[in-house]
Design a protein around this ligand. Structure first.
Ligand code: TRP
Length: 335
């Protein structure tokens, strides 16, 4: 039996799509917590490359993004010795289980998913069936590994709910196969807003480059983006509903430095926005600079990444295959 089967730790699983550059929002909202979770949980993290093609991708860009997302996992401190890190498409059971689950999911359930509605409005020329059944594939990602917890942001909550519904229904119809996963809300979870429009979530697909910080921006770029961050015309550094810009910057500063809101307000009382924005920019740049350096090292050795892909896939396949076979048998397939 592998180590992962014998530990008493609870298991957690999450996946990240390899679509475009990851931002400070992805980092503070998810990735930084993944790193912290590694010691307390038995963790499984995957690059969800199959999900990426629900919107059109250039093949060369997709290939590059798969390497780059995995290299970023490593760069932030995810450790293949502690956790299972793999690429979704390398483990065939994801797509295969997704079919079994599809036949146990109702059209009406999928049609209610708000992300499907948003994405089909955004990509009106490509409302493909994969985009529609995306949450079923996500359910397969989760259920194959029987995790206790799935750390997800607010936008993925509905998808996790449906995964739980699908699992419950399958278990009721065919007998116990899947574990029902719980959402995991990390202790330090920052919802990072756009630097240009603090009413909106920070997004890598924003046309305005100043609205987001990429995990691979250099120090000068990061500081410049924070200097240009949109704030109000008042000059008081405090959290307030009518000060979304400053509130967002305080949230970022707090997530990066570990200081509380009260400490930050005291630290900057009597100081101006200029000083504060510079301090936030410097703190973020300092936090991201090792990531940037690690990334350049990891991404320049594709052979080593390929080797880690294989090792991760092997570990993941061992677990996935057991669950998949059990589900197939219960449905009545001859193995
Ligand atoms: N849909 C998730 C997102 O876009 C990514 C994802 C795919 C995922 N499979 C998953 C997240 C399984 C958690 C568990 O963010």
């Amino acid at each position: 039996m592998s180590d992962i089967e014998t530990t008493a730790k609870k298991r957690a699983l999450s996946c990240v799509q390899p679509s475009g550059i990851l931002t400070l929002g992805n980092y503070l909202g998810a990735l930084k917590n993944f790193k912290a979770m590694q010691d307390d949980f038995e963790c499984i993290f995957a690059v969800a490359d199959l999900h990426a093609i629900t919107v059109r991708q250039q093949p060369a860009a997709l290939r590059q993004q798969i390497y780059s997302t995995y290299a970023l996992f490593l760069s932030i401190g995810l450790d293949p010795e502690k956790s299972i890190l793999f690429v979704q498409s390398h483990v065939k059971e994801h797509a295969a289980l997704s079919w079994l689950l599809s036949c146990n999911t109702q059209f009406g359930e999928m049609a209610r998913m708000t992300q499907f509605k948003d994405k089909s409005a955004k990509h009106a020329d490509n409302i493909n069936v994969g985009l529609f059944s995306y949450p079923v594939l996500m359910a397969a990602d989760i259920l194959l590994y029987k995790p206790d917890f799935v750390p997800v942001g607010a936008d993925q909550k509905q998808h996790l709910e449906i995964a739980r519904d699908i699992a419950n229904r399958f278990n009721n119809n065919y007998g116990e196969v899947f574990k029902i996963p719980e959402p995991y809300i990390p202790p330090l979870c920052a919802r990072v807003m756009s630097l240009q429009n603090p009413e909106q979530k920070m997004s890598k697909s924003d046309e305005n480059q100043n609205a987001f910080v990429s995990l691979l921006d250099d120090k000068d770029t990061i500081i410049r983006k924070f200097k240009r961050a949109v704030t109000d015309s008042d000059n008081k550094i405090c959290v307030s509903e009518d000060k979304p810009g400053i509130t967002n910057l305080i949230g970022i500063y707090s997530a990066v430095t570990g200081k509380s809101t009260a400490e930050i307000e005291a630290e900057f009382s009597g100081k101006g926005y200029g000083d504060f924005k510079l301090a936030v920019g410097e703190a973020v740049a300092e936090e991201l600079s090792p990531i940037y350096e690690n990334y350049n090292r990891f991404i320049s050795d594709k052979a080593e990444l390929d080797r880690m892909f294989r090792e991760g896939a092997e570990k993941a396949s061992y677990l996935a295959n057991k669950t998949y076979k059990k589900a197939m048998k219960k449905v009545g397939f001859v193995l």
